[in-house]
Design a protein around this ligand. Sequence first.
Ligand SMILES: [Cu+2]
Length: 689
Amino acid sequence: MPRRGWWTLSTLLVFGLLIVAHAPAWAADAEIDKLLRSPVGKDWVTNGGNLTNDRYSTLKQIDTTNVGKLKGAWMTRLKGSGVGGKYSLEASPLVKDGIMYVVTGNDDVFALNAKTGEMIWEYWSGIDQAISTVCCGWVNRGLAMGEGQIYLGQLDANVVALDMKTGKVNWKTPIEKWQNGYGITSAPLYYDGMIYSGITGGEFGVRGRLTALNAKTGEIMWRWFTLPGPGEKGSETWPPGTDHAMRGGASIWNTPALDPELGLLYFAVGNCGPDYDGSMREGDNLFCTSMVALKAKTGEYAWHFQQVHHDLWDYDAASPVVLFDTVVNGEPRKGIAEAGRTGWVYILDRTDGKPLVGIEEKPVPQEPRQKTAATQPIPLGDAIVPQCAEKIPGYDQAGCIYTPFWESPVLIQPSGIGGTNWSPMPYSPDTGYFYVPGTVRTSAFVRNDSKYTNGQRYTGGGQTAPIGSTMSGTFTAIDAKTNKIAWQHKTPYRVGGGGGSTVTAGGLVLRGEPDGNFLALDAKTGQELFRFQTGFGADAPPVVYEVDGEEFIAIATGGNQMQGSAYGDAVWTFSLKGQLGPLWPPPAPQTVAGPIGPIASGVNAIKIGANNTEYSFAPARTRIKSGTTVSFTNVGDIPHDATALQQQNGFSTGVMAKGETKSVTFDKPGVYYYICTPHPWMYGQVIVE
Ligand SMILES: [Cu+2]
């Protein structure tokens, strides 16, 4: 019948149009988009594995039964890039069609043959070595790929696109200027023709933002500020008539996740600035320390969840958000989770940002001078690190999470470096567990007056681990259905600050240790199945890929400035056909806070940042006669000081630029400990006789 034929034709036309509208026919890179939406297989094309950031590989050639036979397949040194005490090597390599792409702490990128380790091309960033606004080590957390390009954010706040075949720069877009306190350490996310990048600077009074760029041209499409302008949503959580929100920090430290069905982009936002001084910023201070969802195309606000109201403790949300699907009370639910510096995992519904497992607002101790929030959101379930500090001689006050402080030091756990800091947390749909890395450290928190100066540190206080206090970590499987601990390992070193793990369908959790060991654990039970000494601090999240039918596991091993692990420039890969054995262990990280090394006799000239070790005093310990004048010279790249620890009758050199010298005379016998206030993990000791 003619009529029926006409109807069929029109139906086909309508369907055809619908298909065109929904299929990636217009996508700039349909192949990469498809990989990004799919479970991770042969290739590892974005930092978190795919759009979910779940770091779960479906490969299972290497599994719990044979992982013990693993050996090194190849190890390649990255020509000395990013080698030195100021750097961390924290990126996950990307792999596509047998080629690996890896970025170092100096923002240099290398393409390697993923099967042999042979170098194919190099991109040397040439970033200004005088950048003085790096908060926490020179680091790049990884790359993105799409449209034949490799994308990276640099410490100088540029987003750069490289030709995937040659490593030549196609475009370079400044998001801001490093001189104003901004930088980029997060891996960008590519999807559907766009690049999404975070920005750092929470310790330098910046205004945080998420920036979306056109992947082809580098043109900025939109920005979403993590700190609201006057009259904007969230501005009611800042004191009216002030501009504190314009320099309130709220950095984005890690790669966003994206749900293409919901059309939402998700990311975690870091601490408020000034970090430790809340006295002038009464209110909850949105969107500091929050999980945020935006419409991925336009940057329009969708929802937020604030983990810590009116943050005073530097409790960043710094680990990447993870998307996962689950079943609650028989109902399929779309989840999102993030491991906080507080030691809790925050588990929400990603359609609306409401708690999925349960989070309750509870009253917390108050300090009117700090304008503390009345309540804080406390997740049901278990914390992965202790949340109360023990008393230590020399300190009058010790408290728990959310204990406020003013101008005399209060010991608090978790410290501001975690819990979970930058390290990613994978999720396995097989076990239903998150794998959460944690740092265990106590800190003495103190507030002080600070004035905002463009491009200078603006933290309003500090936190220092007391001399002699211990530092360690935990590695925990958290059941996503209950937010309770399924199993937990105490680790000898801090692991929340930049390592992290990856999980596979072969039933393995893969992770590095700051002492150089690469480990494979049984994902279900936590049992250790494999251990291999890489010879360098193994402090980056591993990846899993396949070339010519052979499964490989790769990890960048170059140490981590924040975790004190040994530096290097190596990429290690492992496979069942591998032939390489382990290397000698590197020096292990410190597990007790305080100055280390031999006591120099009579040395009265102390260099800061010497011997390619930016965050150090050399010698760290010296013995002198009473009445000696000691000179402190900054020979490092960035500003430092030498300041006596709070509880002593103190001295301070004040902040010294590169090349500056200040002198201090020691008249009274005694043992003097000092730190660098911007970098309170730098310790020195002067013994005066
Ligand atoms: Cu310093």
